[in-house]
Every structure is written in C-alpha cells, then in structure tokens.
Design a protein around this ligand. Sequence first.
Ligand code: SF4
Length: 400
Amino acid sequence: MSLQTAPMLFERRPLPLLTAQQVAVLKPKLADVIEYRKSGLSLNHVIGCPLECGYCIRHLYDNFDMKVPRALMTDEDAVAALVGHRYFRPHITPIQLFNKATDPMLPVVKPHTFNTLRLLDERGLTNHVLVITRWRVDPEDCQILNSLRNIKVTVLVTYSGITHPGIEPVDSNIAAISLKTLHANAESYRTILYWRPIVPGLNDSDEHLATAKRLSEHAHATVFTGLFFRDEIAAYYQENGLPEPYSDTARRKIMPERLEQRILDLFRRPVDSEEPWGPLFRKTSCAVAYAHGLADYNGHYGIRELCDICPKRQLGLCKTAWNAPAQPDANQLARELGAIGPVTITDRAIITDGLDEQPRYFMQHGYGFQVHDRAHPHRQRRHGRAEIGWREGKEGVPSP
Ligand code: SF4
C-alpha cells in the first residue's frame, strides 16, 4: 500500500478547534502544544480523554475533567510548529505524539494521529516517533503504520492488568489484544509492551507478573515501570476513596526494589543466553532503540547498572555509540541554553546548573549522553526513580 492510498483507509473528520477563550483558560503547559520530555519532543495538539485512569498525568494540568477530545490547531500547523521548534533537529530528535492529554487511538483522535504521522513521513524525516496507547488497534491501523516509509514508528501499548474500576476503568484486555494485533502485523514499525504502572498490592501478584510475561512474547521489547504518584494524583485518590499505594508522593516514578527483583527473577533466562533477561528494559528509550536495532538515544549506557539486564548485542551497540562530548563544546551549548556555573562531565553524565528539563533533554538527545541537574542527583541503582521502596529510602516503604 502506498502513502497515497493509506489515508483512504480512515475517514478524516477533523476535531473542532478550541476557541481562543477555551485556550485562554488552559494551563500554559497544556496550551503549549510542544514540550520536551525525556523520551522525545512531545506534540500534543489534541487534548481531552474519556478513559479516566485514576493516575492520569492530566491531573497535573487540571485537565482531567475534559473528556471530549478537541484540537488546539490543525495537524498541518502542528507539524509546522514541531519541525520549526528551536529544539527540533531533523533525523535526530525523538518525537512523541499525543502522549500527554489524550489517547492517540481513540476513534476521534486516530485520524489526527495517522495524518500527523503521514505529514512527518512525507517530509522525509527519519526521526523516532513514539505513539503510546491503551486503546483498540485494528489490522487496518497496522496497514497504515506499515505504509510509513521514513519515520521510525514505535507503538507502545500501555498494559497494567489493574482491575480496580476506580483506578483503571479500561479493561486491560483491550491493550493486550491491541499488542497482539500490532505484533502480528508489524512490518516497518515496532511495538512495545509498556507494562505500567506496576503497583504493590494492586497488580503485582505472581499471577499478574506471569500474565504480563506471557504477553511480552507478543512485543518486540518490554518496558516495566512504576507509578508517578504526585500530590495532584494523591489528592484525586483521596477525594475518590481509592486505595493509596504509598504513604508519600514523589517527584520520580516509584518502583520498589523487591518488586523489581521479582520481575527480573521471572524473566531470567540461562546465564549464557545472548539475551539473559530477554528484551526486557527499565527505560522506554532503551526498548525503543533495541526494537529498531539502534543505540539508546538517552545515553543510559552511562548509568551502567541500568544495562545489567540488557541483551549482549545491544550492549555493544550502546557502548560504541556512547561518547562524552568535548568539554568546551558542552560548556558552550549549556551556556547558550541558559546554564549557570560550571559544567561537569563524569563517566556517567554531564552535570549542569540552572538548566531545566527541556534544554537538558535537548543536550541529552543531541549527545546521546545523560545530562543531569546538579540539584537532583541520580542515586546509584535507583535508575532515576524515587527513593520510596528502596532499603535506604527514608519515605514510607511499602511491603510488596
Ligand atoms: S545497553 Fe544500557 S543504554 Fe543500551 S539499551 Fe541496554 S540498558 Fe539501555
């Protein structure tokens, strides 16, 4: 199927645009359709979602009550804004589509998802593009994805196995079926089991873990990760009488140590295997990179303990690609982006002062080398996760 015929497979019914007054009351972070996040430059010109996951990040944007998706601009204008963005680099910058305030495979959003992918592809761009969904994906959708020739598409299917109706009203089987469909039909794109959030007492029984492992056989790679339990999400849990998994909130995702070890034990293969834990990853970009046969674009190789479960061939790829930038080069770029004070380059990361997340990710993806904020040091073996649930962690340790 050609790119010309692919759009015929779905009916284009553009969503109504939000009015200027409606945009004016949005939080600035939501009104701004482009935001640099760790997995890529994120384009979100459609917002609103009816799926009501209790832990949804939209709580942080005061947008959880917006159930009907609406567009902030046309796909054409959004793509023009993205490729013209000060942080966009053709063929380098990873892109994420509709990962903040809607689900890209909802029936009314899907035409925008495919049209935006097509517009990027027609520009001849070879950037990674990540699409994250928990909704239905049909074989016809896979055909459209297979028709894209240039961009490197990865569809990450969010699956948790949570059955608590207040926390996750959407049946996890929908995601499981979508993953199988995507995997069975994949030609030019890749698909990942995005196993999250894994929460003690909610979806971490032996049976839950075994089910997820079986599902991982229908994916090119699997990422496992915990819960973002921020103040706004904790408040929603309290208001709605939902069981709070942790006694405290945290800035980073929470993945208790014992729970991680149980997952690693379950996935363990013979020691001499080329893939001792199979294609299992702690970090999203590692799984995406592996699925496309490339080195990790976030430079996690510098955080060497992250790599202890990685397939051997992948270790070689990442090792070859991982090179610290020259100090003067890093100094200059950091200063241009607004850093203050000296830039330190260690054997793990570039450490900056006064640079917020977005310019740090711009540096990180450009160098393929981690860039950290001196004010938020990464702890050994925490893999950039919260302290909660780790032995030396001081905050409310759960008992997984
Ligand atoms: S070798 Fe390390 S950096 Fe590379 S994909 Fe594996 S875990 Fe990630």
